[in-house]
Design a protein around this ligand. Structure first.
Ligand code: ATP
Ligand code: MG
Length: 553
């Protein structure tokens, strides 16, 4: 990948550079640790580009590890989608895929080690009692009455937990740290709980499951991770991460480093909220093109390179912030402006009859696929009847309107200059047909007599065009920060999807491959849908930042 040539620098690469220079580490080993409880979103892409990007830039290793300690919420379908999305983004994990559940036996042994050292105990406080004992940010907690049970007794109790002899919720295993700590996570956190749940990897082998904080640090250490990169909300958890590794017999002690998570305006990023949208039918699925998921962006027409470029532009810092949607859109616009072939489509057609063009004639015109790059060309059938956008015609208009006006001329893109002679209307006063003449001496050149024709509009042949469905998208939410609303679903934009059932496309688009992107000239960027069997195009992004609307007269 070309990105490797100008590797990003940030506070994390500074730490890595120092660690390599001091000899603390001989190389880097990072990991991307998603929980398989939903599809990956653009926030995960930031973490993927960071972790896999470090491996790429430092010739290091990066693992893909499923952090699968919540069997009820997880699913194999999510595991598969995550693998696919990571690879689609252009990254590959080293070695076998890892699962935290691979380490359940070892995690159990480390829990036993803590119990033996008098550093963990089985606690029978009810959840309500536990909350009361925990204290608050301003008041210290109280010791559980089970805190001083002997290691022997705790071992037997933990064994019983494992053997399914206690009910779900009846007891938990807690680390014995400090009920007065100013870090709430250190107030004897739960490290194991009982769940009689089937696990997608381990089946029914276990009815006790380790908690995230206990699992994550040990998984990192077992895999020999050098730098464990996570988002800022885990800052306090770092104390527990270090406490666990300091108190068990494992040599490796990765350094946890936190960076700020990506927040993007006009969308939500939590998998729980995204799942709500899917379950409640507010979107078509995890890969709905309006979703901020990798699968949704892909279906919308985003390319892997555009998402990697976005992650590069936002950078890695410790400052929490909200990124404008325009940043993301600029990345795909830049990519497609350069790489997408041009094509013509008419979304709101009005018919033109060119009266001095023979009804039987079909003239094939050669049209370049790109204005500046050599991308070859395609043939456009030019016929007596064509469609243009209804919006591109006015009976009367001032000079700013550089499109077709009654009695005036305009150029048809890749074709001739035409002049609007008269119109036909229906009873309601809607224009049904615009009768024109064309100047046969204007193909690829200006009118010979020096007449100036400024405007250029797009068109398709009425007899040779193909019908397609075009889906236009707007923001999924009406407010910049839907997550801040009491009920984020109330901020959904009811007009985020507009379906144009009968758009008219130039015939070459019938051969578009799924996910192939085009610039529909003067309209925006579109890609062929990757799911529907019928010809459907999704709007990827407009030609300009739609939030800085330019009056395009
Ligand atoms: P969510 O709240 O969306 O469920 P999560 O943090 O629970 O996110 P995980 O599957 O646990 O999701 O995340 C895997 C990795 O991706 C973690 O290292 C996490 O820090 C990172 N990550 C998740 N969301 C973001 C984000 N918005 N920006 C950057 N990194 C993220
Ligand atoms: Mg999580």
């Amino acid at each position: 990948m070309a990105e490797a040539e100008n590797r990003p620098t940030n506070f994390i690469t500074n730490i890595i550079d120092a660690d390599l220079a001091s000899g603390k580490h001989g190389g880097t080993h990072t990991r991307f640790p998603p929980e398989p409880n939903g599809y990956l979103h653009i926030g995960h892409a930031k973490s993927i580009c960071l972790n896999f990007g470090i491996a790429r830039d430092y010739q290091g290793l990066c693992n893909l590890r499923f952090d699968d300690t919540n069997p009820e919420k997880e699913d194999l379908d999510y595991v598969n989608s995550i693998k696919e999305d990571v690879q689609w983004l252009g990254f590959n994990w080293d070695g076998e895929i890892c699962y935290s559940s691979n380490y359940f036996d070892k995690l159990y042994e480390y829990a036993v080690e803590l119990i033996n050292k008098g550093l963990a105990y089985v606690c029978f406080l009810s959840p309500e009692q536990a909350r009361e004992y925990r204290g608050t940010l301003t008041e210290p907690g109280k010791n559980s009455p089970h805190r001083d049970t002997s290691p022997e007794e705790n071992l037997a109790l933990f064994e019983k937990m494992k053997n399914g002899e206690f009910k779900e919720g009846e007891c938990v295993l807690r680390a014995k740290i400090d009920m007065a700590s100013s870090f709430m996570v250190l107030r004897d956190p739960i490290i194991y709980r009982i769940r009689f749940a089937h696990h997608h990897q381990t089946g029914d082998k276990w009815c006790i499951y380790p908690m995230y904080d206990f699992t994550h640090c040990i998984s990192d250490a077992l895999e020999g991770i050098t730098h464990s990169l996570c988002t800022l909300e885990f800052q306090d958890n770092r104390r527990l991460y270090d406490w666990v590794l300091d108190n068990i017999s494992l040599e490796c002690h990765p350094q946890q480093i936190e960076f700020s998570r990506l927040n993007l305006e006009y969308t939500v990023m939590s998998k729980r909220k995204l799942n709500d949208l899917v379950v409640n039918g507010q979107v078509e699925g995890w890969d709905d093109p309006r979703m901020p998921t990798i699968a949704g962006l892909r279906r919308r027409g985003y390319t892997p390179a555009s998402i990697r470029e976005f992650c590069k532009r936002i950078g890695i810092t410790k400052q929490d912030n909200m990124v404008e949607m325009g940043m993301l859109e600029a990345c795909i616009r830049d990519d497609l402006n350069e790489n997408a072939p041009r094509a013509m489509a008419v979304l709101d057609p009005v018919k033109i009859v060119i009266e001095n063009f023979d009804a039987e004639q079909v003239e094939m015109l050669d049209a370049p696929n790109h204005p500046t790059l050599d991308m070859g060309s395609r043939q456009l059938p030019f016929t007596r009847e064509i469609y243009i956008e209804r919006d591109d015609f006015r009976v009367e208009a001032n000079k700013k309107f550089k499109r077709l006006v009654l009695g005036k001329e305009v150029r048809l893109r890749n074709a001739y200059v035409i002049k609007a002679e008269r119109i036909e209307e229906d009873d309601a006063g809607n224009i049904t047909t615009i009768y024109c003449t064309y100047d046969a001496d204007t193909l690829g050149k200006n009118p010979a007599d020096g007449r100036k024709v400024k405007g250029v509009i797009h068109w398709v042949s009425a007899s040779h065009c193909i019908d397609a469905e075009v889906r236009q998208y707007d923001r999924l939410f009406n407010v910049p920060n839907p997550a801040a609303a009491e009920d984020f679903a109330t901020t959904l934009n009811p007009e985020s999807l507009e379906i144009i059932a009968n758009a008219k496309l130039e015939p070459s688009l019938a051969d578009a491959a799924p996910e192939q992107g085009f610039q529909f000239e003067r309209l925006g960027y579109y890609c062929r849908d990757n799911k529907r069997d019928t010809l459907t195009f999704n709007q990827t992004v407009g030609l300009r930042d739609s939030w800085a609307k330019i009056e395009n007269a």
